[in-house]
Design a protein around this ligand. Structure first.
Ligand SMILES: Nc1ncnc2c1ncn2[C@@H]1O[C@H](COP(=O)(O)OP(=O)(O)OP(=O)(O)O)[C@@H](O)[C@H]1O
Ligand SMILES: [Mg+2]
Length: 345
């Protein structure tokens, strides 16, 4: 049973209370549907995420023990419910079904990878780049989201990548899928299994997960999140992934662990301040990597302090690329097949 705790969705409900309208996208371990909550009319994004655990993890033990079955998950959900930041996608609630967790979240319009791919279509593939100000606003928004997670909710993200940066036509930029990595996925294991190692920090890939003196697990993961953010921002800046030259998973792992970090240079054509900010996320040694509370004090972040001004800019920026996009809407039969497989209705 799902208890909606935000806005007007203060009701208990089951999957049958939703009308599923459209497939918004597929991830490695689930998919996202546009849905309407029938009793309140609220339209939202419903993410069906397969429950998978590393069998050796604490989470797996907790989950398999009946008495404490969803204790950890409940703690996590409470964290998500408390999330109230303009930089983090809102959560309405969560339902646990046999093989899936159904997460009800704020409906956004597109992801950062979709946006930069649209931008790439309009610029010269060799010299073209993303917009400096839009990149600065995206960087600032996600840094503020990570700061909020760390200090307000004591959560790490562990899955920062362009498809988890969500935007809308009103100019909002938000970090999605927050915190779930801690208990629903085991992110590094999951990402390796899913073939998306490309955002994982060198220390996680190497298994060098020792905490520094006085450092807790959240602090450790927060630094790794910053590496993933750095790679994400370089990808958007260059309109292609910095490890796209690697042909296999093994080559990527070797490149992340052994090669110099994929930092921006002046040849990339962005301001010194923005390059400095992004490169600060990409220090190879986690001990020397900046902390999120240091990044927010950097000039490139400070100049995007004003949320309303950022929104106005992003609104007109994204509209150039998004207004006439061809909507890749799922066919009705595809949607019906997906719902039938879930055995919901
Ligand atoms: N809140 C949302 N609003 C609108 N669309 C969304 C929302 N969340 C996700 N999507 C869409 O659904 C797609 C799949 O999301 P999902 O989180 O399942 O996978 P992913 O982030 O692409 O990868 P992974 O499986 O590794 O997490 C996204 O790429 C996006 O297009
Ligand atoms: Mg996602």
């Amino acid at each position: 049973m799902l208890k909606f705790s935000k806005t007007s969705l203060a009701t208990k409900c089951s999957p049958n209370d939703f009308t599923f309208q459209q497939i918004l996208g597929h991830g490695a371990f689930g998919f996202v549907l546009k849905a309407q909550h029938k009793p309140t009319g609220t339209v939202l994004a419903a993410k069906f995420q397969q429950i998978i655990f590393d069998p050796k993890s604490d989470e797996a033990k907790i989950f398999s023990s009946k008495a404490s079955k969803f204790r950890n998950l409940k703690r996590e959900i409470n964290g998500l419910r408390r999330a109230d930041s303009p930089y983090v996608t809102g959560y309405y609630g969560l339902m646990i079904m046999e093989k899936y967790v159904l997460l009800c979240m704020e409906l956004m319009d597109f992801t950062a990878d979709y946006l930069y791919n649209e931008v790439r279509k309009t610029v010269d593939s060799k010299t073209g780049r993303f917009d400096e100000k839009a990149l600065g606003i995206i960087a600032t928004s996600i840094i503020k989201a990570l700061l909020y997670l760390k200090f307000n909710l004591e959560l790490m993200h562990r899955d920062v990548k362009p498809s988890n940066i969500l935007l809308n036509l009103n100019g909002d930029v938000k970090l999605g899928d927050l915190g779930l990595a801690c208990h629903i996925d085991v992110s590094a294991a999951k990402s390796v299994a899913a073939g998306s190692t490309i955002y994982i920090s060198p220390e996680i890939l190497d298994g060098r997960q020792q905490l520094l003196p006085g450092e807790n697990k959240i602090e450790f993961s927060a630094r790794s999140d910053l590496w993933s953010l750095g790679v994400t921002l370089v990808e958007i800046a260059r309109l292609k992934h910095p490890y796209s030259y690697c042909n296999t998973e093994t080559e990527t792992i070797i490149a992340i662990s052994m090669e110099d970090p994929p930092i921006l240079t002046e040849l990339d054509g962005y301001s010194v301040e923005l390059v400095k900010l992004i490169n600060s996320c990409l220090t190879q040694d986690p001990k020397l990597r900046s902390r999120v509370e240091e990044l927010v004090k950097m000039k490139a972040v400070e100049q995007y302090e004003n949320l309303e001004q950022n929104k106005t800019y992003m609104e007109s920026f994204v509209k150039q690329y998004m207004e006439n996009r061809e909507r890749n809407e799922s066919s009705e039969s595809e949607l019906l097949e997906t719902i039938r497989n879930l055995k919901l209705n």
